[in-house]
Design a protein around this ligand. Structure first.
Ligand code: ADP
Length: 168
């Protein structure tokens, strides 16, 4: 069985991510969408919330599974028998970071290949941080988020913004 991993923060998952996951799932027997817990990044949504959103938006793709990892991607891939990492590329600006990551993962696990999928042009501008920012100002994010989670994400972002303003 050919297994690929699609790793990321998914904070939250956007239509751009979903497009990459769907295209990956057409080419592999199994795709594991992996929520990476990075201690250097403080996420807006917890790993459980991010995984829950991902489960809901990928429910229609039978060969996609969602998981959370707090460790090294190269080790996770070895453990589950995955030979490929799928990463989406939006612009040249993504490339330098992704290139460094791919070479590091290859060094840590020489069996592991990284494949880059070029974004569909309509999602080129789209990132989770942009969604959080627009929603934070009350803007309409329905075109950016998968339908299944849009209402919940907007509600949760508003609650979080309220909690933050209550703390200050
Ligand atoms: P973000 O930069 O949105 O926080 P993540 O860290 O969750 O994204 O990224 C996971 C992967 O998804 C990365 O390979 C990233 O380049 C890719 N990705 C994110 N947004 C898009 C998009 N709009 N189109 C294609 N790939 C994307």
């Amino acid at each position: 069985m050919r297994t690929a991993i699609c790793p990321g923060s998914f904070d939250p998952v956007t239509r751009g991510h979903l497009n990459i996951i769907e295209r990956g799932a057409q080419r592999f027997d199994r795709v594991i969408v992996l929520v990476m817990v990075n201690p250097a990044k403080i996420p807006c949504f917890s790993a459980e919330e991010r995984a829950d959103f991902l489960c809901r938006v990928t429910a229609h793709i039978p060969n996609v599974q969602v998981d959370v990892s707090t460790g090294l991607l190269a080790e996770y891939a070895r453990r589950v028998g995955a030979g490929t990492i799928i990463k989406g590329l939006r612009a040249v600006t993504d490339f330098e970071f992704e290139f460094q990551q791919a070479l590091t993962n290859k060094k840590l696990n020489p069996e592991l290949e990284t494949m880059f999928v070029i974004t569909d042009p309509e999602y080129m501008y789209l990132s989770s941080s942009m969604v959080r920012q627009v929603a934070g100002f009350g803007g309409d994010v329905t075109d950016f988020l998968p339908e299944e989670i849009c209402e919940d994400v907007v509600k949760r972002l508003a609650e979080k913004a309220e909690q933050r303003s209550g703390v200050q």
